[in-house]
Ligand binder design. Structure first.
Ligand SMILES: Nc1ncnc2c1ncn2[C@@H]1O[C@H](COP(=O)(O)OP(=O)(O)O)[C@@H](O)[C@H]1O
Ligand SMILES: [Mg+2]
Length: 253
């Protein structure tokens, strides 16, 4: 692949992406202005998400209740079904907003990375359809790591989701786990999708950056922050028309 980015502070900083590259950084390579912007945006996102969650809870509750009293062959049933599935989509989005707003600190436990990857794939089964082929090559001898299992499942689910969205006509997802040197585990997820334009390589890690009609631009910004909070980093390589490779590095403690 001819284009690459890394989210590691000090290297090409993808965490804050875009113009962040040109702004001054502190000794850790963190752009303070961008951090402050992210924090304000996070606070705002959390407040909005909280209110929306309550509103959607009401809509979802009543839609589900109506489905129990309207017969399936009734013409109204279809509309109630649409209300319910739209409210579920809304809830998923507010969950992402909440994640983004919270900027959660990880709650680490001793975990096994392959199980996390398997779980993320099994949660994505419905999205994979039958045009996407998944090849796994997981190193069974990897050491356990100290990490927040739920957060990592969310990270890998976002990456898989993006890979699926990039392959509207189908393709291959390859996932590999292994050691990278003595002190890091690396999980590589590659797809044969549409790839990312060079111009957007930094921006994909920005909150709100999306090129998808139904996208919201939170997936990679949250994933990146979660991995950073684990002391890791995400590397990205992509070639338009060929595909994308994401490498998630996590320290072995
Ligand atoms: N595997 C991929 N292949 C192609 N483009 C990708 C891939 N992953 C991410 N992107 C690009 O990065 C953008 C941001 O991704 P993300 O933060 O998950 O937000 P969203 O999925 O809501 O758009 C996507 O809209 C897409 O343009
Ligand atoms: Mg996404």
């Amino acid at each position: 692949m001819d284009q690459a980015r890394s989210s590691e502070p000090g290297q090409v900083p993808a965490v804050n992406g875009g113009n962040g590259n040109r702004a001054p950084k502190d000794e850790k390579g963190i752009n303070r202005v961008e951090e402050e912007k992210l924090r304000s945006l996070g606070l705002f996102a959390r407040k909005v998400a909280h209110d929306f969650n309550n509103i959607l809870g009401g809509i979802l509750g009543y839609a589900s209740f109506m489905k129990t009293i309207v017969k399936e062959d009734d013409s109204i049933y279809r509309y109630v079904d649409i209300i319910e599935s739209s409210a579920i989509r809304g809830s998923k989005l507010t969950k992402k907003l909440l994640d983004f707003g919270r900027g959660e600190e990880p709650e680490p436990k001793t975990i096994e990375i392959n199980g996390v990857v398997e779980e993320a794939f099994s949660q994505a089964v419905g999205d994979l359809g039958d045009k996407i082929n998944v090849e796994k090559s997981l190193d069974e001898g990897l050491p356990k790591i100290n990490a927040d299992r739920d957060q990592l499942i969310r990270v890998f689910s976002s990456i898989i989701e993006n890979a699926v969205e990039a392959m509207a006509d189908g393709g291959d997802i390859r996932v590999q786990s292994g050691m990278a040197g003595d002190s890091e585990i690396c999980v590589t997820i590659s797809d044969t999708g549409e790839g990312i334009e060079a111009l957007n390589l930094d921006a994909v890690f920005d909150p709100l950056f999306t090129t998808r009609e139904k996208g919201r631009g939170f997936g990679l910004s949250i994933a990146c922050r979660m991995i950073k909070n684990h002391g890791g980093r995400i590397d990205l390589e992509s070639e338009p028309g060929k595909g994308t490779i994401l490498k998630v590095f996590l320290p072995v403690k």
